[in-house]
Design a protein around this ligand. Structure first.
Ligand SMILES: [Zn+2]
Length: 128
């Protein structure tokens, strides 16, 4: 096995698979999730794209809602044909598949989405 210098194996926050870190950007080779380790993250995990811990974001949501309650989740997502321009200080970069996977893992399901092809994924999410 060849170990590249400046490349560190890291576990993906979304799927648990391993990906590599090139400079300060982690890219998961399984699900395509990207994380920027240079930009300071939001340790309160209030906003998904700035959150230090995206799993904590969903855990907090889960505990703050009752079963059957909904919240709106609006996230910029990469499409195969286009990338949204990064927001200032954005550290987590998703695809719509990443988001659906995370919702399922944390006990949510999406009720509706506004636009199927938009670069902003706009979902109404319900705690199951
Ligand atoms: Zn992954």
């Amino acid at each position: 096995m060849k170990i590249l210098r400046n490349t560190k194996k890291i576990k993906c926050d979304v799927c648990g698979g391993s990906g590599s870190k090139e400079q300060h950007i982690f890219v998961c080779s399984h699900c395509g999730f990207k994380k920027d380790y240079l930009t300071p993250a939001d340790d309160t995990n209030q906003n998904l794209i700035f959150a230090a811990d995206i799993n904590a974001f969903f855990r907090n949501k889960y505990y703050s809602l009752k079963r059957g309650e909904t919240f709106e989740l609006s996230v910029p997502v990469r499409r195969f044909y286009k990338n949204p321009s990064p927001q200032k200080n954005q550290i987590n970069f998703f695809t719509s598949k990443n988001i659906m996977f995370l919702l399922e893992q944390h006990g949510f399901q999406f009720v509706s989405r506004k636009s199927r092809f938009s670069l902003i994924l706009d979902l109404i999410v319900r705690k199951v």
